[in-house]
Design a protein around this ligand. Structure first.
Ligand code: AHR
Length: 533
């Protein structure tokens, strides 16, 4: 769609602030921000991570072993640690995913050569001739070392599907009890960690409606109560109950209703998980090679997350008017049908393009705008799986375009949300089934001290947008700078051979008293940082 058509489409969809004549700078849109009325804190945990024993995620992606020629810290890939530190990764969810409900934590402790080889849930998905037997070289001690190296909070998913409350409680005591109290704490010390791990975030199962036990919500609620009632509270926990498959056709509201209905009278969980995949597996859309309508289809399916959050939040309110329980979107990302794996054994790894980066910007804007509802989110998954920030194979390691969006959105982590009036309505875009309407400009804003951060994503493949960011309430813009992530090729990706094809660059902005003016090019994510007075 060219610029003229964009504006026509916008007119019918009530694009706001088109009166270019009012401005010296001919803005297509004026967004009004209220930095003096900050809203909810954007939890840094929203920018969180997830690694699972699956394909090439843990083994090779994260763990290369102490004797590897690949640079490592205690067996952990050094480049992974360095890059995760660089983006301030706030947390790591582990060991799954579906793997978690078949995992027995004792298999992963003690002398590494004596650890058992065990069955991995994902074996069933491996191509013929490939073995995914779990060697248990990366267990809780190695995971905690990884978290310490990065400075990330551990988020551990317990085994409800094939485990017991006793096994769960023992794991918690092993992790969190001080030495000299229960024997499990002394065992941990004998295995190398004197200090308690202090794990606070515990997932009580994973996808209990599916690979975590194919339970009905009321059955899971019973399990949840059994698993948490005798919880050894050495560290004040944040307990996350299994929530819905938000990307299913009906949004899976029935799970939320059923779970909270069955929990009446019991202590509600701290967090309620939602898994939201932009799931392209049932479509012909490919990860690396696609057409314009397939670009828009992915983004359109991605922004449906906004409604999913609203719907489940509203449903939860019927049982918990004060919203004690917050949302934890502990799996999200664009999931394509197989075909672009790094190598056949690295199942679920995908080519990550500019489209996925744009999707990430739009997703983070949704999270930021719903900051009061969301305690945590975890991308699925950080390396070599689905919506990855990194691809790693042996000595090769590359940062995908998605990594750079995480880097840019750091500006929002732990800042306060800034109310923003975004008058840009919708684009009419081609999708798989004809035409659809997509937000023409995704935006969110936050403030820390006097530093304002505004992120803007233009999903159009044709038209740039001139934007004026107007500060209300007497705030003035002192100085501003912008960073952009884009590429002229919508399919652009970073590879081992060309690792920096898609990377951030500085972008021009102009400060005009109480406003910042800029152009947001097509297919671009932009971060504006502005010092306010
Ligand atoms: O992230 C891959 C898988 O997707 C996870 O193991 C599971 O929880 C979800 O279905």
């Amino acid at each position: 769609m060219n610029r003229r058509k964009f504006l026509q489409a916008g007119a019918t969809a009530a694009i706001g602030a088109l009166a270019a004549s009012r401005f010296a700078f001919a803005a297509d849109a004026e967004l009004v921000l209220s930095p003096s009325e900050p809203g909810a804190l954007i939890s840094p945990q929203i920018y969180g991570h997830f690694i699972e024993h699956l394909g090439g995620v843990i083994y090779d992606g994260v763990w290369v072993g102490q004797n590897s020629s690949i640079p490592n810290v205690d067996g952990i890939r050094k480049q992974f640690v360095d890059e995760m530190k660089r983006i301030g990764a706030p947390n790591l969810r582990w060991p799954g995913g579906c793997f978690a409900d078949g995992y027995h934590w004792r298999d992963g402790i003690g002398k590494s050569s004596a650890r058992p080889r065990t069955y991995n849930f994902w074996q069933r998905r491996m191509p013929a001739g490939f073995d995914l037997t779990e060697a248990n070289q990366f267990g809780i001690h190695e995971f905690m070392q990884l978290c310490r190296l990065i400075g990330a909070e551990p988020y551990v998913a317990a085994n409800v599907g094939s485990g017991t409350p006793a096994e769960f409680h023992d794991w918690v005591s092993y992790c969190n009890a001080p030495v000299g109290t229960v024997s499990l704490a002394d065992e941990r010390a004998a295995n190398g960690d004197q200090q308690p791990f202090g794990v606070r975030y515990w997932g009580v199962g994973n996808e209990s409606w599916g690979c975590g036990g194919t339970m009905r919500p009321e059955e899971y609620a019973t399990q949840y109560r059994k698993f948490v009632t005798q919880f050894p509270a050495y560290t004040q926990p944040f307990l996350v109950a299994t929530g819905p498959r938000g990307h299913s056709a009906d949004g899976d509201i029935g799970w939320t209703t059923g779970f909270f209905e069955a929990m009446r009278g019991a202590t509600a969980p701290d967090g309620f998980s939602i898994h939201y995949y932009t799931d392209l597996r049932p479509t012909p859309i490919k990860a690396g090679d696609f057409k314009a309508n397939e670009w828009y289809e992915v983004l359109l399916r991605g922004v449906r997350l906004d409604k999913v959050i609203e719907d489940h939040w509203k449903e939860m309110e019927k049982f918990d008017a004060a919203h004690r329980t917050k949302l934890v979107i502990d799996e999200w990302g664009v999931w394509y049908a197989p075909g672009s794996e790094l190598t056949p054994a690295y199942i679920l790894s995908e080519t990550i393009t500019l489209r996925d980066a744009v999707h990430t910007g739009m997703t983070f804007d949704i999270f930021n705008r719903h900051a009061a509802k969301i305690a945590m989110a975890n991308v699925a998954q950080t390396v070599n799986c689905i919506h990855s920030l990194f691809l790693a194979q042996g000595n090769n390691f590359v940062r995908t375009p998605v990594y750079h969006v995480f880097d840019m959105y750091r500006a929002h982590m732990g800042a306060r949300q800034v109310p923003l009036n975004n008058p840009v309505a919708e684009l009419s875009v081609p999708v798989l089934a004809g035409q659809a309407r997509l937000p023409a400009l995704s935006a969110s804003a936050s403030i820390r001290d006097r530093q304002l951060a505004v992120t803007l994503t233009n999903p159009s493949l044709d038209a740039a947008l001139s934007v004026r960011l107007k500060l209300s309430g007497g705030a003035r813009a002192a100085e501003a700078r912008a960073t952009i992530l884009t590429h002229q090729d919508m399919r652009a990706t970073n590879t081992f051979a060309e690792p920096d094809l898609v990377k951030p660059a500085t972008h021009p902005v102009k400060v005009v008293a109480d406003a910042v003016e800029l152009t947001v090019p097509k297919q671009a994510v932009v971060l504006v940082e502005c010092e306010t007075r």
